[in-house]
Ligand binder design. Structure first.
Ligand code: ADP
Ligand code: MG
Length: 727
């Protein structure tokens, strides 16, 4: 099929897609050799650094000891020669500003040698500290543009890596980004601070249980990334998609996901080719990608790594999103990470699996085979229950942004109510504790598969629950309300800090009750666990989180239900939250407040761009298509009438009415968009949420109805079925 408008041209281009040729030869280097080959990790450090320098760095990385800056020159020179061997010409401090994106400032290794030539240079100070102009990054009032100074500081715990490009490679150094007054302008600084806070409190708990070895307790994270892939020709035929990341128009297709034929289905050839190359790129960067599969919606997929410490997992997550987008282009596709690219079709989330552990303790949320006897596990688990109950609104706030508003509370995503799914076994143990003491665990029975040749499978004592925003999944908690495009740093900062606060509370109680006498510990733990479950058990809910009954029940239990970003963000201004972050040195009052302003501002900007797009597309694409069709119908009617036929004008009448709806609703949107909502940022954001978003939806309603009636060869926008099903 060929045609004149951008949509028809896109369809013709897509159907003529030719796979890359020749295909990449992946068997040349096995993945095991490739893994981490572009990373300056511990192994490379050991090879290239003097013993004492290596040991000192290793202590900082593994035990959280203070970084010894006197060795910076030695390390810099080793990294430089490694990078140059890998073809690097430039180095970049990579940082994570509050936009949630990844930022990089590149500098050349080359410096003039004074006699007309050049030498390669990379000093310790260039490694440790950079100074990008900070004025174009949001600071929420922390810094006025005239004091634009911002510093990037080397994060030794996240390894430097080489980023490849066909035209050269760049040494990338993960850094923290702070203002000249030392305030955090980024996502990494608070994350590192929150990990430090969690470690300090976890050590007190471990000490009570007789573990004094001082091995650092880190929070761990394994983020599952959901995304869509569509052909790039469709993508570029939709200004809404390439500008805002989601479709602002589009009628529901005749076929959606109702056949449930996509989830875990065979992966299409082009998509699999893309995945293989993307994964190889990530392997080189040391990202331990493990799982890939089709997701529920057509054209939706998921990728998940093996978990790592929260900081490294976060940097790797950012790289994962970048790599997916970059490699998709090579295969003629666009990777959509938006939370809701297609209305009425499943959205994308990022399930962040979270736990904590150390090299000697292992995973502290592993219940073992008899959880009732595993006191330490129960203490950590109770700390999480208490934390999530106490700070449910904060957890809601850290996943609040314009994109996620389309997903949270919709019928396939977790509700905006934060509750915990514990599973049958664990809930039972806590119920027993509440009733006076846990004596037994519901055993892990064997499950008979009913086919003799298959082995009996051990039955997981904890079932799965897909509807809970915060679920215990056997040896970790899975925070499912996180948006697919957002940085996982914010959610992890919140998790680490609220659990640190709970562990602090519990350690203090247990220290008091035992007075240093270990024999008193079991009774003290029993009392404390009962107390916590009495007070905070209300957050535990094992049922269907999508049901109306749960919304009513949750209200009865007093659990907050913050439906939109605008309802959720003000939590960041509450005295409890400010005090929490201050107490554990994660964020100062000013830093917390600045974040709320930045997030409100982002909300307003996002909706504002979408509103302008709706107006533009309505006027320049949809209206013209509609009136052309209207004209054709009118001419036909007139012609038929002229030769004596009466023509049924139903379609013409309908189109005419919808064109009027489209014009009126577009004019109404223009009108509300030209006003300002109020004097404060919050009022402005509220205005966008309550006035502009509904006005956009009204335009969409008229446009989507027109899509169902206007002649196909006039319709300018690739339809949902085309984007989701033509591969
Ligand atoms: P599912 O889709 O069934 O929830 P996946 O295998 O897709 O599971 O993802 C589970 C994620 O949880 C993986 O990234 C895995 O590494 C991670 N994970 C496992 N154990 C831990 C842990 N102790 N801490 C953090 N993440 C973990
Ligand atoms: Mg999964």
């Amino acid at each position: 099929m060929s045609g004149s408008n951008s949509r028809l041209q896109a369809i013709s281009a897509v159907t003529n897609y030719k796979p890359l040729s020749p295909p990449l030869n992946f068997s040349e280097t096995p993945s095991s050799e490739l893994f981490g080959s572009n990373v300056f990790g511990l192994a490379e450090m050991q090879k290239r650094l003097p013993k004492n320098v290596f040991k000192s760095l290793k202590r900082t990385i593994e035990r959280g000891e203070k970084l010894d800056c006197s060795m910076a020159d030695t390390v810099a020179s080793a990294i430089k020669s490694w990078a140059i061997e890998k073809g690097a010409t430039h180095y970049a401090h990579v940082f994570y500003p509050l936009t949630g994106l990844t930022a990089e400032k590149h500098d050349s290794f080359l410096a003039p040698d004074g006699s007309g030539g050049a030498v390669t240079e990379f000093s310790g100070s260039a490694l440790i500290q950079g100074e990008p102009d900070a004025s174009s990054f949001p600071s929420g009032g922390i810094r006025a543009t005239f004091e634009a100074r911002g510093y990037t500081a080397w994060d030794v715990t996240s390894p430097a890596y080489i980023l490849e490009n066909p035209n050269g490679t760049t040494l990338c150094i993960p850094t923290a980004f702070v203002s000249w007054t030392g305030e955090a302008l980024d996502k990494k600084t608070p994350l590192l601070r929150s990990m430090q806070a969690l470690n300090a409190q976890a050590q007190r708990i471990l000490k009570l249980f007789g573990h004094n070895d001082g091995a650092m307790v880190s929070s761990t994270a394994g983020p599952e990334q959901e995304y869509f892939l569509i052909d790039r020709n469709f993508y570029f035929a939709r200004p809404d998609l390439y500008t805002s990341g989601r479709t602002l128009f589009g009628a529901k297709p005749p076929k959606g996901q109702e056949f449930e034929d996509h989830y875990f289905g065979a992966i299409p050839e082009r998509v699999l080719a893309f995945m293989l190359e993307a994964e190889r790129e990530m392997f080189k960067l040391g990202i331990p990608i493990k799982t890939r599969h089709n997701e529920v919606a057509p054209a939706q997929y998921e990728i998940a790594p093996i978990f790592e410490t929260a900081n490294v997992a976060t940097d790797h997550q950012q790289l994962t999103m970048i790599t997916l987008r970059r490699v998709a282009e090579k295969y003629g596709m666009a990777c959509l990470t938006h939370e809701k690219p297609f209305a009425g079709v499943n959205g994308s989330g990022k399930h962040v699996n979270w736990s904590m552990g150390s090299s000697t303790q292992g995973n502290m949320l592993d219940p073992g085979s008899t959880p009732h006897s595993n006191m330490q596990f129960l203490v950590v688990c109770a700390a999480v229950i208490r934390a999530v109950h106490k700070y449910a609104s904060l957890l809601r706030a850290v996943v609040a942004h314009a994109g996620n508003d389309h997903r949270l509370g919709a019928n396939e995503a977790p509700p905006a109510i934060i509750s915990i799914f514990l599973g049958e076994q664990l809930a039972d143990v806590f119920e027993q504790i509440k009733a006076g003491g846990a004596k037994s665990s519901k055993g892990k029975g064997m499950m008979n598969v009913g086919v003799d040749i298959l082995p009996a499978l051990p039955k997981d004592a904890g079932d799965r629950n897909r509807t809970s925003p915060f679920a215990f999944t056997g040896n970790r908690f899975e925070f499912r309300a996180v948006g697919s495009a957002q940085s996982i740093a914010g959610p992890l900062v919140a998790m680490n800090t609220i659990v640190a606060e709970s562990l602090d509370f519990m350690a203090t109680e247990l220290e008091k009750a035992t007075g240093g006498d270990a024999a008193k510990l079991p009774a003290a733990v029993q009392t404390l666990l009962k107390d916590i479950y009495d007070k905070h058990g209300a957050v535990v809910f094992n049922g269907d989180g999508y049901s109306d009954a749960w919304h009513q029940e949750a209200a009865k239990r007093g659990l907050p239900n913050l439906k939109t970003t605008i309802d959720a963000l003000p939590t960041l201004r509450t005295p409890e939250v400010i005090a929490l972050f201050e107490k554990y040195n994660v964020l100062s009052k000013r830093e917390t407040e600045s974040r709320m302003d930045i997030f409100l501002e982002q909300y307003v900007k996002t909706v504002n761009v979408e509103a302008k797009l709706v107006i533009e597309m309505s006027k320049t694409m949809i209206f013209p298509a509609a009136i052309r069709y209207q004209g054709e119908l009118a001419v036909t009617c007139a012609n038929l009438k002229a030769v004596g036929y009466t023509f049924d004008t139903n379609t013409l009448d309908k189109v005419t009415a919808l064109v009027k709806d489209l014009q009126d609703s577009t004019a109404a949107l223009e009108k509300v968009s030209s006003h300002h909502g109020g004097s404060s940022l919050l009022e402005e954001a509220q205005y966008y949420c309550t006035k502009i978003v509904p006005a956009m939806l009204a335009v969409r309603k008229a446009a989507d109805e027109l899509e169902g009636i206007v002649a196909d060869d006039h319709w300018p926008l690739p339809t949902y079925q085309e984007m989701l099903f033509i591969k």
